[in-house]
Ligand binder design. Structure first.
Ligand code: NAD
Length: 498
């Protein structure tokens, strides 16, 4: 598709009036103590399909952050004292309300983040599932009672909410990264202040209004979007009343936040960057491997921490795998996410285009071959085409850095040991994908891969019922699954003399 056609269809499928009404319906203030506060200063929210402002929202400063924390601290005791069933039912009501409004939330997300509408609908449903999962977990918080090994003393173990929490969320999954934190916090009995990414505050603001509408008490949730994340976050993290910090974003920012959390020894959860290997053995079902590769690479336009970043393919099947992947990648329709035909939307901003361009140019200079794509599309918005690179040398920067775009670099291996060594040759450890039909090999390699999650013959691992998270530089803690609520609970033990 030419750039002009792309520009013409910037809002194809959706009327300007529909967009205006939707944007107007979203609160633009800061949520502090159950009230929407309009402080005066604001910043623009940009539509990445056009590069133009959609609207502007209130811009929090350090005082607003502390005011939201004050409200969260004030609400903590009474929220923790609610019956688990009551917290569960509130989350369930939020699940029902969000599910009933999938299309509306999806359009809002596509407008501020760029992903195709079909994917945005998928994220809204995924985000809602965290509300449902943790509505069910709220009533399963329990403890233990045991006889001490030496007898006499009895050991009673109980779980209690950790206390007020602060969540910092990224722009790539604006809604799901929020509910993955809010839902377990609320289920556990914790209050939470959220700072959404500057690029995508609208999804969080609309979600906050939804929580108010289903009856969440004032102060249990605060929202402080800002153009200066550090200025708002540092005083909150330095405040001894805060007890928990949960972050999803880049490893560099996460490392700084862990250092800040040391002062008050906060309980921390960090979902950081990834550099996922996608390993295809010669015995793999290639149909499945190619379908899995499309999902693992192209979900969210490649802007996912779980995105396959390095394709490591056995030399006997590499040519066929690369040819089939190239065919599928080049057949995708690149268009604004609001266009019903869109399969690949814009990247988030100019800097993202520059980064992807730089990494592709570097690989080509080092000897890689481009089989499709390879150059930004230019024109209005931030579009980069699906790209496949073969014969990528190990020295290429894209093998050690997160690409965060629709680019699939392929290299080959000969032995299982080599495949494992290549896959583990990264400081990251979020997810690895593994394609083989040999059960023994699957288990052997899954055990040897250094990552928190493995996709075995599948290209997506995210599931609200499973513990999502990484090892090494990919983070600390788990979100989702039965493990997810533990991140918001402290364990207290009572030694009882009989
Ligand atoms: P980012 O680290 O730049 O920003 C993430 C959030 O941190 C944003 O809300 C931002 O405003 C805030 N932030 C930035 N600097 C800050 C500071 N000094 N103090 C406090 N907050 C600060 O990352 P991004 O570009 O928004 O997101 C992309 C990154 O997130 C990628 O590295 C990706 O892998 C990672 N990610 C990880 C997961 C996961 O679950 N592991 C999920 C999605 C994204």
């Amino acid at each position: 598709m030419s750039v002009t056609e792309k520009a013409k269809s910037a809002t194809a499928g959706v009327s300007e009036q529909q967009i205006t009404e939707l944007i107007d319906s979203v609160p633009k203030g800061l949520l502090i103590g159950g009230e929407w506060v309009e402080p005066g200063p604001s910043f623009d929210v940009i539509n990445p399909a056009t590069g133009k402002a959609l609207t502007s929202v209130a811009d929090a400063n350090a005082d607003h952050g502390i005011a939201a924390l004050d409200a969260a601290v004030a609400a903590q005791k009474s929220w923790a004292a609610t019956d688990p069933r009551e917290r569960g039912e509130l989350l369930r009501a939020a699940f029902e309300a969000l599910t009933a409004r999938v299309d509306e939330f999806a359009l809002l997300m596509t407008l501020e983040m760029g992903k195709p509408l079909a994917e945005a609908r998928g994220e809204v449903s995924y985000a809602a599932e965290f509300l449902r999962w943790f509505s069910e977990e709220a009533v399963r918080i329990d403890g233990r009672y045991a006889v001490a090994p030496s007898g006499g003393t009895r050991l009673l173990t109980m779980k209690q909410p950790v206390g007020p929490a602060y969540a910092i969320t990224p722009w790539n999954f604006p809604l799901a990264m929020g509910t993955r934190k809010l839902a377990p916090a609320f289920a556990a009995g914790c209050t939470m202040v959220v700072k959404p990414a500057k690029q995508t505050p609208l999804s969080t603001l609309a979600l906050a209004q939804l929580f108010i509408d289903v009856g969440l008490p004032a102060g249990v949730l605060g929202v402080v979007q800002t153009s200066n994340a550090a200025a708002v976050s540092e005083p909150i993290i330095a405040d001894p009343r805060l007890r928990k910090l949960t972050f999803t974003g880049s490893t560099g920012v996460g490392q700084g936040l862990i250092a800040q959390s040391a002062t008050n020894v906060l309980k921390v959860s960090m979902e950081l960057g990834g550099n996922a290997p996608f390993v295809v053995f010669a015995d793999a079902d290639l149909d499945r491997a190619v379908a899995g590769a499309m999902l693992a690479k192209m979900r969210n336009i490649g802007e996912a921490c779980t995105a396959a970043n390095r394709f490591i393919v056995h030399k006997d099947v590499c040519e066929e795998f690369a040819a089939r992947l190239t065919e599928k990648m080049s057949a995708l329709t690149v268009a604004p996410g609001t266009d019903p035909a869109s399969q690949v939307g814009p990247l988030i901003d100019e800097a993202a285009i520059d980064k992807v361009t730089e990494l592709v140019d570097d690989a080509v200079k080092a000897g890689a071959t481009v089989t499709t794509g390879g150059k930004p599309l230019g024109g209005e918005g931030y579009f980069y085409p699906p790209t496949v690179l073969t014969s990528v040398p190990a020295s290429a920067r894209m093998f050690s850095e997160e690409i965060f775009g629709p680019v699939a670099p392929i290299t080959t291996f000969e032995t299982e040991e080599q495949a494992i060594a290549l896959a583990n040759d990264t400081e990251y450890g979020l997810v690895s994908y593994l394609f083989t039909q040999d059960v023994s090999r699957a288990l052997r390699v899954a055990e040897a891969l250094e990552s928190g999650m493995i996709g075995l013959n599948q290209g997506v691992v995210s599931n609200p019922a499973a513990p999502f998270g990484g090892i090494k530089a990919s983070g600390l803690g788990r979100e989702g699954g039965p493990e997810g609520i533990d991140e918001y609970l402290e364990t207290k033990y009572v030694g009882i003399a009989l």
